[in-house]
Design a protein around this ligand. Structure first.
Ligand code: DGL
Length: 270
């Protein structure tokens, strides 16, 4: 009954922690494509091919349902995967929709026309590929009107996290927040639109100030997965064992994961 959690690297661990807390009886298999991170600077074909390869590996682990705990893959590859590649007996879900439902105060499956919502000025922090895809704005436009989104491509942050360089990551976060605030001085809400960014949430919050509501995905995705599995229990796959797989060097990736998550995590070669 395992579920697969995929990310280009360490960021999806923020989602894994939340889903494992929400569903303690479910085994999770995590796949970090650390050898190919960051995805955020790759083109859409490249992201599609790498993400499909990772998802196939998770299917081999008995995970019929895979969560792309990666905004870049969700934005640049998920729709194409669902339309052209995922067979009927498998499911691949992304992390965008639960976040946008929370921002626009909607319940799952509420397909009513777009309407006015409380927030009017939203800052989006994401990878260059996610920003370029405009997937966030597209999903938002299905549900809300009159929301002004200012997007900041946060080049370098994922790389610094993957290298374990917290000081550089913090400095980059500060400079990206300053750049965004020059264009939108008073956002009401900020979206951490990359699953690596909650690892630097303290730096985002400090640079944004206390009056900005910060939305990050982990808990929202956990609630939404719980709800999905209640409705579709047939997608709990045959896998029985939780594990962490990486395409990178398992020792190095385990050390970085332990550093950022502040608990011991042991990866094995994918
Ligand atoms: N955690 C991925 C995301 O949510 C990072 C993508 C990357 O590797 O650049 O977008």
């Amino acid at each position: 009954m395992a579920v697969g959690i995929f990310d280009s690297g360490l960021g999806g661990l923020t989602v894994l922690d939340a889903v494992a807390r929400a569903l303690p009886e479910v085994p999770f298999v995590y796949f970090g494509d650390n050898a190919h991170a960051p995805y955020g600077v790759r083109d859409a074909d490249d992201i599609f091919n790498l993400t499909c390869a990772a998802v196939e590996r998770l299917w081999l682990e008995g995970c019929d349902l895979v969560i792309l705990a990666c905004n870049t893959a969700s934005a640049a590859a998920l729709r194409r995967m669902q339309e052209t590649w995922v067979p009927d007996d498998k499911r691949v879900l992304g992390v965008f929709v639960p976040l946008i439902e929370a921002l626009t105060e909607r319940q799952w499956g509420d397909n009513s026309p777009p309407r006015e919502v409380a927030v009017k000025h939203v800052a989006l922090f994401a990878t260059p590929a996610t920003v370029a895809s405009r997937a966030f704005q597209r999903e938002l436009a299905y549900r809300a009107i009159g929301v002004d989104v200012e997007a900041q491509p946060c080049g370098g942050v994922v790389d610094a996290i993957e290298q374990g360089d917290e000081i550089l990551a913090e400095a980059l976060v500060r400079s990206h927040v300053e750049a965004l605030k020059r264009r939108m001085p008073m956002p009401e809400a900020a979206i951490l639109g990359c699953t690596h960014y909650p690892l630097m949430e303290h730096a985002f919050r400090a640079a944004l100030g206390p009056e900005v509501a910060v939305f990050s995905q982990a808990n929202l995705v956990a609630e939404s997965l719980k709800d999905y599995l209640n409705r579709r229990p047939e997608f709990l796959g045959s896998g029985r064992v939780s594990k962490f797989l990486t395409t990178g060097d398992p020792q190095r990736v385990s050390d970085k994961a332990t550093q950022f998550l502040r608990r011991p995590i042991r990866f094995e070669a994918a």
